[in-house]
Design a protein around this ligand. Structure first.
Ligand code: MF3
Ligand code: CO
Ligand code: CO
Length: 268
């Protein structure tokens, strides 16, 4: 078994050593580089299976491992969630249409450390309402990250995200959350993207986790399709998501999955 250094808080959240940040930066960087390379593979007529093939190849070429292949029987190196798909879209032969918006979510393992990130892409021309949703979701994530500092609580993160998204008359999905990670894919705590300020565990230096809000133009409710994976909005409204893996330092959040290209947001 892997040697897990550091201690657990009373909520079961691992406190990592300062030396553990380097491993997370390496894993996060690879995941972000892969997403950077995806812009040229997203266009009308392209299949999501082809995008996933390129991702699988890039993970392999880097000498890394996909965290999702084999995870609970999942068979792909990415989740690709198009339009009203909220998350966990399965890559397939269906092709993208002009104006489709999609989230590509990649998790890699580098030297045992997990890097998990996702962002939005557009096939062809971006509509005004899609652009607005993408902007709000991106900004909601960044506000959540800004709230991720020692002494704040996980509720402060959720509150920052929810307050902003709802002020823009969009809704935050409740059925999926961010998660602790490190030498494991999913660990405590559940990082909710909604909540009360001051509620939940207090953030401490050395915590590693994702923030990955899903924001809908319509209502927040989701349902799972018959494939037992794909989550969609019940009301078929458009959904967007962005995800970063971060670590908490004395000075605040450190983002492990920053885009080397500066293309995390698709339009600036
Ligand atoms: N990467 C997703 C997350 O953000 C999890 C995908 S699990 C899969 O936590 F099996 F659906 F790929
Ligand atoms: Co995640
Ligand atoms: Co992810």
């Amino acid at each position: 078994m892997t040697d897990h250094k550091g201690r657990l808080t009373k909520d079961g959240i691992r406190i990592h050593d300062p030396s553990d940040f380097a491993g997370m930066h390496a894993a996060g960087k690879l995941a972000a580089e892969i997403l950077d390379a995806m812009f040229q593979h997203v266009f009308p007529g392209q299949s999501t299976a082809e995008i996933d093939r390129v991702i699988t190849q890039m993970v392999d070429d880097a000498g890394a491992k996909s965290a999702t292949i084999g995870y609970k029987g999942y068979k792909h190196a990415s989740c690709i969630s198009v339009n009203h798909v909220v998350c966990h879209g399965i890559p397939g032969d269906k092709t993208l249409k002009d104006g489709d918006i999609l989230n590509i979510d990649v998790t890699v393992i580098v030297d045992g450390w997990f890097g998990d990130t996702s962002r939005m892409y557009v096939a062809g021309k971006l509509s005004r309402k899609s652009e607005r949703l993408i902007q709000i979701t991106h900004d909601a994530l960044m506000l959540g990250i800004e709230a991720a500092r020692p002494g704040n609580t996980f509720g402060d993160i959720g509150h920052a995200i929810q307050t902003y998204a709802e002020a823009q008359r969009t809704s935050v999905v409740r059925d999926f959350c961010g998660h602790g990670l490190g030498r494991v894919f999913h660990a405590p705590p559940n990082v909710l993207h909604y909540g009360r300020a001051g509620s939940g565990p207090v953030l401490e230096e050395g915590m590693f986790f994702t923030i990955e809000p899903m924001v809908n133009l319509g209502r927040p409710e989701t349902k799972i399709l018959a494939d037992d994976w794909t989550a969609v909005t019940r009301d078929k409204s458009l959904s967007a998501q962005f995800e970063h893996s971060i670590g908490i330092t004395a000075d605040g959040p450190e983002i492990f999955t920053l885009s080397p290209n500066g293309t995390f947001h698709p339009t600036y």
